[in-house]
Design a protein around this ligand. Structure first.
Ligand code: PLP
Length: 370
């Protein structure tokens, strides 16, 4: 697998030596180019529980849209961006001027990183949290200020607040948090944001919010000028490979981020944008995915507990659990059963993360580690 990864990177023109190994996992596809003809659905031997993708998606409406619209891929089309922005602004109760499209929320995070790194300073991030994108901040010269989670693996908002100083350019809150699956309650977050100085950007990453019942902070962006919400179609909408994400922020911030994006709102392909538009119409698919995820997650947690693995209560499509009391070689068990799982995030307590797949996949996962 390691060789395949290298091959794949070579093919896309990135040598392993050119990037940090920690960044490597963040954008490595589980499939290599020569395997691309093998569909996920047909290759029963591989189980992908590593990247928090939606095992059920894309939605039927999105699949139809891909097929129907493949033949217009020969044309540039700027109007589709306008349509998607309009749909997203309605969905999030903001204006069109408050939305910026990106190739996944990764591009949005990257634009924010570049924007806040104009001038020196620091950024504040929980530890562990979703930090694959932050090497841009590090490489552009910002100092990383990591704030430990609480003992129950929640983001410690009070400690994050205390970590902010006059040189802080950015505070990043992943809500719910990846890899722990914990959530900051909306009220607490609203209070937190209000206490952050206006010249510090607060980036709220809502990649997994659709797996919860909690409302987005999107309606704050017009009053609170320093807040940016990052959203994605990669998770509950099942469009990880299609690369569609967006930012919601005050117009001034959106304009600043747009200035750093050479083809504003058009780094996402027309076909992907049309699939995103179709996905937004498929509420039934989203609610089915939500319910299936709840059931399968509950099953997986109860089985992990039977194996003496402490589990953090999750609001997402992944579970953070401890291998401290697990007797076998967990990663070997996964490998032997062709299951792509996670890694250790915290040595102390041997905390790892597993994506919630379909029920049959999780049964195989449990059987593999029993
Ligand atoms: C918290 C979080 N934010 C952002 C992303 C990036 O997702 P994408 O670029 O596919 O939108 C991920 C992907 O796993 C994630 O977990």
């Amino acid at each position: 697998m390691e060789t395949n990864r290298r091959l794949w990177l070579k093919k896309i023109g990135i040598g392993v030596a050119g990037i940090g190994f920690t960044n490597f996992n963040s954008f490595t596809s589980p499939l290599v180019t020569e395997n691309l003809n093998t569909s996920f659905e047909n290759d029963a031997s591989l189980i992908f529980l590593r990247s928090n993708e939606n095992p059920y998606g894309p939605s039927p409406l999105a699949r139809k849209s891909f097929i129907d619209n493949a033949n217009i891929s020969n044309r540039y089309n700027w109007d589709v961006a306008t349509q998607l922005i309009s749909d997203l602004s309605k969905k999030n109760s903001v204006k069109d001027e408050n939305i910026l499209l990106g190739a996944g929320s990764t591009e949005i995070l990257d634009l924010v990183a570049k924007f806040v790194s104009i001038g020196k300073g620091n950024y504040v991030i929980a530890d562990p949290s979703y930090d694959y994108w932050t090497f841009t901040l590090d490489n552009l010269g910002l100092t990383k200020n990591k704030v430990p989670l609480t003992t129950d693996k929640k983001i410690n908002l009070q400690a994050m607040l205390e970590a902010v100083n006059q040189d802080t350019k950015l505070v990043y809150i992943c809500n719910p948090n990846n890899p722990t699956g914990t959530i900051c309650e909306r009220e607490a977050l609203v209070e937190f944001v209000a206490k952050i100085p206006q010249n510090t950007i607060v980036l709220i990453d809502e990649a997994y919010l659709e797996f919860t019942k909690q409302q987005s902070l999107s309606n704050m962006v017009n009053d609170q000028k320093n807040i940016i919400i990052a959203k994605t179609f990669s998770k509950i909408y099942g469009l990880a490979g299609a690369r569609v994400g967006y930012a919601i922020a005050n117009k001034e911030i959106i304009d600043n981020l747009s200035n750093l994006q050479s083809n504003t709102n058009n780094s996402v392909s027309v076909v992907s944008k049309l699939a995103a538009i179709a996905s937004l119409k498929d509420d039934k698919f989203v609610s089915n995915c939500y319910s299936l995820n709840e059931d399968v997650r509950q099953y997986t947690i109860s089985e992990l507990k039977k194996l003496n693995c402490e589990c953090i209560s999750s609001t997402t499509n992944f579970i953070y659990f401890s291998l401290s009391n697990y007797k076998k070689d967990y990663f070997k068990q996964l490998e032997d059963n062709t299951i792509q799982g996670g890694r250790i995030y915290e040595e102390q307590g041997k905390w790892t993360r597993i994506t919630v797949g379909k029920m049959d996949e999780m049964k195989k996962f449990i059987k593999a580690i029993q």
